[in-house]
Unconditional design. Structure first.
Length: 79
């Protein structure tokens, strides 16, 4: 069974629902969240951003130039 990641409210720790999102660019998505705890009622804006690649794509997009993580670079260097 797949485990679904659940966002949590930064204030009360209750479940946070993503109510809306929009794509700024290929690597950046803006998220708008709302706490499901009626007694809390927090809402906020967050970001999902791809900043590194761990392994290269088999179908690379020529417009995307993500650096490898430092850990990935160490693995690519022959010992």
């Amino acid at each position: 069974m797949a485990v679904k990641y659940q966002n949590k409210c930064p204030h009360c720790g209750y479940r946070l629902s993503i109510r809306h999102s929009h794509i700024e660019n290929t690597l950046l998505k803006i998220l708008y969240g709302q706490c499901q705890n009626l007694e809390c009622g927090w809402t906020g804006r967050g970001v999902l951003e791809w900043v590194y690649q761990i392994s290269p794509s088999a179908q690379p997009n020529p417009d995307i130039n993500l650096p490898f993580t430092p850990l990935s670079e160490k693995k690519l260097v022959p010992a």
